[in-house]
Write a protein that binds this ligand. Structure first.
Ligand code: SIN
Ligand code: FE2
Length: 217
């Protein structure tokens, strides 16, 4: 474990699709601060398992930070400035989130990305995210920046149609996936998390998903 913590992890890039790239270990150095900041956000707006409009309780626990947060109600999915659980605004984006996301967006070729929303997903063993498109955002020119922390997970990345062939990629601690442009609406998901232990997150995986969910000023 110690070896893993102090491993010299120079980031490298793997092209994924047109407009999409995996920045391997890009968030490795910031990871401890990112994980601390997740705890601070969750102290204000706790993790909760949301219920889909169809009445299904999601296996992934979620919270948000930023001006807007992704949530569900009985009518559908929406971005809201207010956390429906607390009745207050979502906590602001921590500085360490904004700076990491900014650098990742530049590295992936999306220099003018200005996220106003960050969804924080927490996966326990067995949690999964079925194949879906991120399409609740009004401005699809902005990419998605997705940061993996803690236990590894298998990410599925397909195409514009649900039944397009899927790539299956192991996302590990510190990996950042950025997709936009031609792949902005590509189907993706997370296979059920395998049980394990990570020195920084114990028995879970976190994912930060940065988005521009409002209109750009
Ligand atoms: C998502 O699609 O919202 C999350 C993907 C992930 O957990 O890596
Ligand atoms: Fe997604």
């Amino acid at each position: 474990m110690m070896l893993d913590l102090f491993a010299d992890a120079e980031p490298w890039q793997e092209p994924l699709a047109s407009g999409a790239v995996i920045l391997r270990r890009f968030a490795f150095r910031e990871a401890p601060s990112l994980i601390e900041a997740i705890a601070a956000v969750a102290a204000q707006s706790p993790f909760r398992q949301m219920v889909t409009p169809g009445g299904y309780t999601m296996s992934v626990a979620m919270t948000n930070c930023g001006q807007l947060g992704w949530t569900t109600d009985q009518h559908g999915y929406l971005y809201s400035p207010v956390d429906p659980l607390t009745g207050r605004r979502w906590p602001p984006l921590p500085e360490v989130f904004t700076s990491l996301c900014h650098r990742a967006a530049i590295a992936a070729g999306y220099a003018d990305f200005q996220p106003d929303a960050c969804l924080i997903n927490r996966y326990a063993p067995g949690s999964k995210l079925s194949l879906h498109q991120d399409k609740d955002e009004p401005d699809l020119r902005a990419p998605i920046v997705s940061v993996s922390l803690g236990l590894p997970a298998i990410f599925q990345f397909g195409g514009l149609r649900r039944n397009d062939p899927l790539k299956r990629l192991l996302l590990e601690h510190g990996d950042v996936v950025v997709w936009g442009g031609e792949s902005r609406l590509f189907y993706h998901g997370i296979q059920p998390l395998k049980a394990g232990f990570h020195p920084l997150t114990a028995d879970c995986r976190y994912n930060l998903t940065f988005r521009q969910a409002g209109k750009k000023e």
